[in-house]
Design a protein around this ligand. Structure first.
Ligand SMILES: C[S@@+](CC[C@H](N)C(=O)[O-])C[C@H]1O[C@@H](n2cnc3c(N)ncnc32)[C@H](O)[C@@H]1O
Length: 328
């Protein structure tokens, strides 16, 4: 029996998940699910895999060395399903080595494995700065005061190609007030300068390109509150996913690296932030997660115009299907 959401959202009979006109979220391991995808079908894999943490999150974590091996083992499948000019963007939190004030090299080892073993290219390294991050680890930062707050994640942007599809014009940031004034009255702001070589600095900077080129340091606070997802989780008595990233992160890379109707995959989708952003941007999407409860509750990110109670009922319908299945 299919359970229908308020609009286009439909429950899938097995394995438990749901679909919209643009995408599908499925319960299952990335290892198994990715094998069902055809070669060269995905434009962007955007994902935040379970981190190599020392303190386990509720969905479980592994030792840093095992983690590198495990994630590197996805290299050939990621490359197979990507289009030749497609992109893989991995969001990776940093960590300290156990009991020591020195950093783990796991993220760098993983990057080298993808490039050396699977022929991927590092198009650019990005850094996500989360100003709202709490100081940690307590021992080195708060107690002994010998390390500063770790507030950036690595984002490795990789591709099978040396020239992945990308267009910075889709992610321009608003001009500063100073730049706006300069664009309005260039002659008042321009004072010709001569370089030590004797060459004059050419004009041309006063051209309005619609915004500034963003840097590879992206700033987003991870302080979501009172969103439809959180409100509906509360209504449905469901604990929200513990490791969500902010919508701004997938929004930036999906706009930068894909076009409408392209296919975006998040193989470790959690609360499906990636799929819901892809849906808003008119991209097709696929989401996998091993935890049924995460897949089910991620449906609450969709149909933002629908009443919260109705969406909570939809999620409960999926939970019931799950219960019936495990009872059978
Ligand atoms: C860091 S969370 C992703 C959070 C997500 N970006 C969000 O915004 O909600 C990683 C997810 O990977 C899932 N996971 C762990 N191992 C997996 C596997 N082998 N296949 C698929 N999903 C897996 C976990 O259940 C967890 O929800």
């Amino acid at each position: 029996m299919l359970v229908h959401g308020p609009g286009a959202l439909k429950g899938l009979p097995f394995p438990v998940g749901y679909q919209t006109s643009l995408g599908r979220a499925t319960t299952g391991s990335a290892e198994n699910q990715i094998r069902t995808l055809p070669d060269g079908s995905v434009d962007l894999i955007f994902t935040s895999p379970p981190f190599a943490l020392q303190r386990g999150k509720s969905y479980g974590n592994m030792d840093q060395g095992e983690w590198v091996e495990w994630l590197a083992s996805f290299g050939s499948e990621f490359k197979r399903v990507l289009k030749p000019n497609g992109s893989l963007v991995l969001d990776l939190g940093g960590a300290y080595q156990k009991g020591l004030p020195i950093r783990s090299l796991a993220n760098f080892r993983l990057l080298l494995r993808f490039c050396d073993d699977h022929g991927m290219h590092l198009a650019e390294d990005f850094y996500w700065f989360n100003p709202a991050k709490l100081p940690s680890p307590i021992e080195w930062v708060n107690k002994r005061k010998i390390r500063v707050k770790d507030a950036v994640n690595h984002l490795w942007w990789l591709s099978p190609s040396t020239a992945p599809k990308a267009d910075v014009r889709k992610v321009l940031t608003p001009y500063s007030d100073r730049m706006k004034r300069l664009l309005a009255k260039p002659d008042e702001f321009f004072s010709p300068k001569t370089r030590p070589s004797g060459h004059a600095v050419a004009r041309g900077f006063e051209k309005d390109n619609g915004g500034s080129i963003p840097p590879n340091l992206l700033q987003f606070s991870n302080t979501e509150s009172n969103t439809p997802y959180l409100r509906r989780c509360k209504t449905a008595h469901i604990t929200p996913h513990p490791a969500r990233f902010p919508e701004g992160l997938p929004d930036f890379f999906i706009r930068f690296l894909t076009d409408p109707d392209d296919l975006v995959l998040d193989p470790f989708s959690g609360s499906n932030t990636t799929g819901s952003v892809a849906e808003k941007l008119g991209r097709r999407w696929l989401a996998f997660d091993t935890m049924e409860e995460y897949v089910i509750s991620s449906s609450l990110r969709f149909e933002n115009d629908a009443p919260d109670e109705e969406m909570a009922r939809f999620a409960h319908g999926l939970y019931n299907k799950r219960a019936q299945r495990s009872a059978a």
